[in-house]
Design a protein around this ligand. Structure first.
Ligand SMILES: NC(=O)c1ccc[n+]([C@@H]2O[C@H](COP(=O)([O-])OP(=O)(O)OC[C@H]3O[C@@H](n4cnc5c(N)ncnc54)[C@H](OP(=O)(O)O)[C@@H]3O)[C@@H](O)[C@H]2O)c1
Ligand SMILES: *[C@@H]1O[C@H](CO)[C@@H](O)[C@H](O)[C@H]1NC(C)=O
Length: 326
């Protein structure tokens, strides 16, 4: 009996399948290469975390709060910007004595200036290793026609102008450390699925981050963007979004309401958005990407993490008729 035949045949069979399904082969190869590239980039880490300071905005809740705790556990010197005193006190109670908090409202330039002074005293000659622009707000979200100009500006001021102001004011400290900036954008910075200032602000964050990356390359500063989908946190709270939609509707003149029809708001099915929350397991990946931005030697420029929302936008039959009334 020739043993070689029985060993070689399955391999030959597999190769034949691959060759006859060229598209499948290409996809498999591409997936393998991407995984290997990611593995190499993520395992090539900077050392000396205990001497590296990372400043994060919006740490009262959600992604920022989780990231502050995780980087603290990993030994980084975290300085957490919180909007409220309660957020700061709760975070300090849950973390090591290395973690410092400060109060920061990103729409207030003076508040940012005080934060820079605080951080300058903390980091000394080392400079600031990491800046994570995470603070954000979502509402008002809804049909464009229902908005006043200030509905746009109150979101743009936090999510875009706030990011620009914070980054500009922290740049001298970041240059000193040849540090990195991680900006939390959104998949809505690539797809304008909803009306209001949110998508505009996130498109702006994408554009600002891409130009900042090119401009700061000269100084060894790395810039990465995280694009989450739809995770269950404060900004995606359906109660908040619903209450605000009702506020917008109530403020409309009668002739505009009539043009939509009396039951438009009730019929638009925004409560089904609950079905679009990403699987909680993906939150772990998201945190992994944020941590990667702080500790990898060469952080990946853009991380995209959205599955259910993406399928809803392109593949699945719409469950929101039409998305958030838009
Ligand atoms: N959750 C998602 O699915 C998702 C998807 C894409 C992008 N994002 C982005 O992820 C980032 C974090 O959001 P999250 O999901 O973790 O929601 P979150 O829990 O609401 O976190 C946002 C934080 O920013 C704070 N903040 C609001 N206005 C601020 C201001 N003027 N100055 C400083 N801090 C301010 C909020 O404080 P208060 O709670 O006290 O207002 C809150 O702690 C945001 O940029 C958001 O746009 C989230
Ligand atoms: C943040 O600052 C803006 C501008 O100074 C102010 O209107 C807003 O009320 C402040 N927000 C909080 C929560 O303090």
């Amino acid at each position: 009996m020739d043993l070689r035949v029985s060993v070689v045949d399955p391999v030959k069979g597999f190769v034949e399948v691959l060759l006859s399904h060229l598209a499948l082969t290409c996809v498999l190869l591409l997936a393998c290469l991407t995984a290997v590239r990611w593995y190499i980039r993520d395992s090539h880490r900077v050392g000396g975390f205990t001497q590296k300071h990372v400043f994060i905005t919006g740490c009262d809740s959600g992604f920022g709060n989780l990231l502050a705790r995780q980087l603290d556990l990993k030994g980084f010197r975290v300085i957490a910007g919180c909007l409220t005193e309660k957020g700061a006190t709760d975070l300090r109670a849950a973390t090591s004595s290395r973690l410092k908090t400060l109060l920061l409202n990103v729409t207030d330039s003076m508040s940012i200036r005080s934060a820079v002074e605080f951080v300058r005293r903390e980091v000394g000659e080392r400079g600031l290793w990491g800046l994570v622009n995470n603070a954000g707000r979502s509402v008002p979200i809804g049909p464009t026609e229902w908005m006043q100009l200030e509905d746009f500006t109150k979101v743009l001021n936090v999510n875009l102008i706030g990011v620009i102001d914070v980054t500009l004011q922290f740049l001298p400290l970041l240059k000193k450390a040849k540090g990195r900036v991680v900006n939390v954008a959104s998949i809505l910075g690539r797809l304008s699925l909803i009306g209001g200032g949110y998508s505009l602000s996130k498109w702006g964050v994408e554009a600002f981050s891409d130009s900042l990356r090119r401009n700061m390359h000269h100084f060894g500063i790395k810039v990465s963007i995280i694009e989450p989908g739809f995770f269950k946190t404060g900004v995606t709270s359906l109660d908040l979004i619903e209450a605000d939609l009702k506020r917008l509707w109530a403020g409309l003149p009668n002739d505009v309401k009539d043009s939509y029809g009396a039951t438009y708001l009730d019929d638009c099915g925004y409560e089904n958005a609950e079905l679009l929350y990403e699987h909680p397991m993906l939150s772990g990946y998201l945190q992994g990407y944020l941590v990667h931005g702080a500790r990898s030697h060469c952080p990946v420029p853009t991380h995209t993490l959205w599955s259910r929302l993406g399928r809803q936008a392109f593949l699945d039959p719409p469950i929101l008729p039409p998305f958030f009334c838009v």
